[in-house]
Design a binder for this molecule. Structure first.
Ligand code: 4NP
Length: 151
């Protein structure tokens, strides 16, 4: 059974911290047993920073607090520490494979009931981008958690 999941984006301040918070909220609602959830960025520019205000705001609007999270960079040994590695877009997937040596990295939108592709990068854009990212992550999470249950 897969009991740990790592969400990966580029900066670890917009998409993957939001994915982590939404995943934890879905797990709590399901009453699932312990699952370790974390997030990381392939880039190092924002290490140590809190999530982007756009992500904090859209999460808070849905009752989820992600303000305590701090950005960190993906490490080679994350491939050993996490059962499931979930990248936000195709570029992060390639870089995660390269950094960890894992060939089973998946895309977040592999679990999206509305279709495949990248989770769009909302960085530097307006609130609508963050709302769209929230909607994609929220509707993709049930199938992703089923995968954890089934694995
Ligand atoms: P994220 O968004 O990958 O969803 O955290 C970005 C944050 C920062 C940058 C790019 C994307 N950046 O170039 O600094």
């Amino acid at each position: 059974m897969q009991r740990s999941v790592l969400f990966i984006c580029l900066g670890n301040i917009c998409r993957s911290p939001l994915a982590q918070g939404i995943c934890e909220a879905h797990l709590a609602r399901r009453g699932a047993g312990h699952v370790a959830v974390d997030s990381a960025g392939t880039g190092a520019w924002h290490v140590g920073e809190a999530p982007d205000p756009g992500s904090v705001r859209i999460a808070a609007r849905h009752g989820i607090d992600i303000s305590h999270q701090r950005a960190r960079q993906l490490r080679a040994d994350d491939g050993d520490r996490f059962d499931l590695l979930v990248a936000m877009d195709a570029s992060n997937l390639v870089n995660t494979r390269r950094a960890t040596g894992r060939d089973d990295v998946v895309l977040l939108r592999d679990f999206d009931p509305r279709g495949r592709g990248d989770v769009p990068d909302p960085w530097g854009g307006g609130g609508d981008g963050f709302a769209e990212v929230y909607a994609i992550l929220d509707r993709s999470m049930p199938a992703l958690l089923d995968r954890l249950d089934d694995a």
